[in-house]
Design a binder for this molecule. Structure first.
Ligand code: FAD
Length: 492
């Protein structure tokens, strides 16, 4: 470490994390460029120097993919940036993505011992720093030369599918990913906006997985192009289903189908995947009113609201039926949204939408909610306050109240057991479904979750597929051996 960095480290309060630069709110609310600019080398060195390198690191147990966090941070301290990213990639093939969108405050950073007296180490920002450095210098993937003779099909190229594919490719499998859309990445490419996760970052990490030898077939909707039994019959030794939860939920209230009311899915796909914010350069337009209301309080609602403000809406309000403390979105993104001028209407729920004479939404009626006393699970229930109906003018409404799995695979695969809402039932320790050689993970097997938990379940499934196919091979060798003995007995 150079002298100047040492001085900066000494001057730094060890209990305070190094702040990261961001685009100014008044500037960023008018563009789709990345909001958080990431650590400089000096900032990363100072932040890394705060890590105590605990002998029993709790941060690792908080990481669903088990990255050796103290080891990669130690490499940063020593300026061994290549070694640092290699350490991360032993467990995580999508580090630049995770460094940007993982809820670290709920996972690795939550367990950080520094967090007990001050601020946890900014593990995500350090991960992003080394991953971005690698992107700048060019990602190198060691292609596995020796094919182990086995083929695995992965359905869906979201974080779960990409993780399974990368882990199995590293073990010598020939992996083919079938993806319904024209681009790989799942929600990372069609849901999370450019200003939180630039698409060139997703593309670079997908390219890295392709460099490992993974074959990607886009525009391939499984359940229509081929069914799961057909893929098995075509010679795939195992299948992983990682098709996510891409079907939007609606409230079922009067007027929900009026013009000017989008599902968050349609809205975000138009904006992110089809790049309508670049219209007419891109071919997909989007209609954005002046007064926008977004229903819901999770990451999807916040992403929609922040896109709307960037698309020129004059006022954007999040309408959420619970209290501020219960907003499921990441705290950092809530603060970012507030700085950008998004308003929060809490403890409120729409009851109906009213149209103008052209069938365009013009009014939202809503009620004020109150929370009941906590039930046995400790959670309060929001209930409407009688007679509290109020109306407000709206031009555009975006419904972001949750997503469920698309049923296409479940309905075309006989014997595939599902749970309530079409979630595929799996053994949580292996990811195995009710069908032999068919595994599932990510949102399709858990319901809406997070990028890193989808990746964690992908890792579990990849390991199980490997164990299953190895045990099948051993059994086959055993049977062959017994067959050989029988054959030999014919001669002797
Ligand atoms: P997905 O990412 O949904 O990928 C599934 C893929 O399968 C898609 O590419 C889809 O096209 C494909 N597919 C579907 N059906 C078929 C079929 N029949 N044949 C072939 N392919 C098919 N999580 C975080 O951790 N942090 C965040 O900040 C965050 N923000 C989010 C913002 C938004 C707008 C959304 C929608 C979600 C967000 N999440 C976030 C949640 C996170 O993105 C998901 O939990 C995660 O992407 C799930 O990964 P997955 O691989 O299971 O599914």
């Amino acid at each position: 470490m150079s002298r100047s960095i040492k001085e900066v480290v000494r001057a730094q309060n060890r209990f305070k994390a190094v702040e990261v630069s961001k685009q100014e709110p008044s500037v960023r609310s008018k563009n789709f460029g990345e909001v958080v600019l990431g650590y400089t080398e000096e900032q990363a060195l100072v932040e890394a120097s705060r890590c105590l390198n605990c002998p029993n690191p709790q941060c690792v147990s908080g990481c669903p993919v088990g990255v050796d966090i103290p080891a990669f941070i130690s490499c940063i301290k020593e300026r061994q940036f290549r070694e640092s990213i290699s350490k991360i990639k032993e467990k995580n093939s999508l580090p630049a993505i995770c460094g940007r969108v993982c809820p670290q405050e709920e996972q690795c950073q939550k367990n950080c011992i520094m967090g007990r007296k001050g601020e946890s180490i900014s593990i995500g920002r350090l991960e992003r720093f080394v991953a971005d450095l690698e992107h700048e210098k060019g990602i190198e993937a060691k292609q596995v030369e020796v094919w182990n003779g086995r083929k695995v099909a992965v359905v869906g190229a979201g974080p779960a599918g990409l993780t399974v594919a990368a882990d199995l490719a590293k073990l010598g499998y020939h992996v083919v990913i079938f993806e319904a859309l024209h681009l790989a990445g799942g929600v990372l490419i069609y849901g999370i906006p450019e200003f939180r996760l630039p698409k060139r970052i997703v593309q670079a990490e997908v390219d890295y997985i392709k460099q490992l030898g993974v074959e990607l077939q886009t525009d391939s909707l499984i359940g229509r192009l081929h069914t799961i039994p057909e893929l098995l019959a075509q010679g795939f030794d195992a299948i992983f289903i990682g098709t996510g939860a891409g079907l939007p939920k609606f409230m079922g209230i009067p007027g929900e189908n009026l013009c000017g009311i989008y599902s968050a899915n349609e809205f975000l796909i138009r904006v992110n995947l089809m790049k309508s914010y670049q219209f007419p350069k891109s071919k997909t337009p989007i209609h954005m009113g002046k007064k926008v209301v977004v229903i819901g309080g999770g990451n999807v609602a916040l992403d929609s609201a922040r896109c709307a403000i960037r698309l020129g809406a004059e006022s954007v309000s999040i309408v959420y039926r619970r209290s501020r403390e219960e907003l499921p979105a990441r705290q950092e993104e809530i603060s970012n949204a507030e700085e950008e001028g998004i308003q929060f209407k809490l403890l409120a729920a729409p009851t109906r939408f009213i149209a103008d004479d052209r069938g365009q939404v013009k009014t939202m009626e809503y009620v004020t909610m109150k929370l009941t006393a906590p039930d046995a699970t400790g959670r309060s229930k929001p209930v409407p306050i009688k007679g509290s109906e109020t109306t407000t003018d709206v031009d555009t409404v975006i419904v972001a109240i949750g997503r469920t799995p698309n049923p296409i695979i479940q309905s075309t695969t006989e014997g595939l057991k599902t749970l309530v809402g079409g979630i595929i039932a799996v053994d949580k320790d292996t990811g195995l479904t009710s069908l032999e050689a068919v595994y599932a993970g990510g949102d399709i097997a858990t319901g809406e979750s997070t990028v890193i938990s989808a990746m964690g379940s992908g890792k579990i499934a990849a390991k199980s597929i490997h164990n299953y196919l190895n045990s099948k091979k051993e059994n086959a060798i055993g049977m062959l051996y017994q067959g050989d003995l029988a054959a030999l007995s014919l001669f002797f």
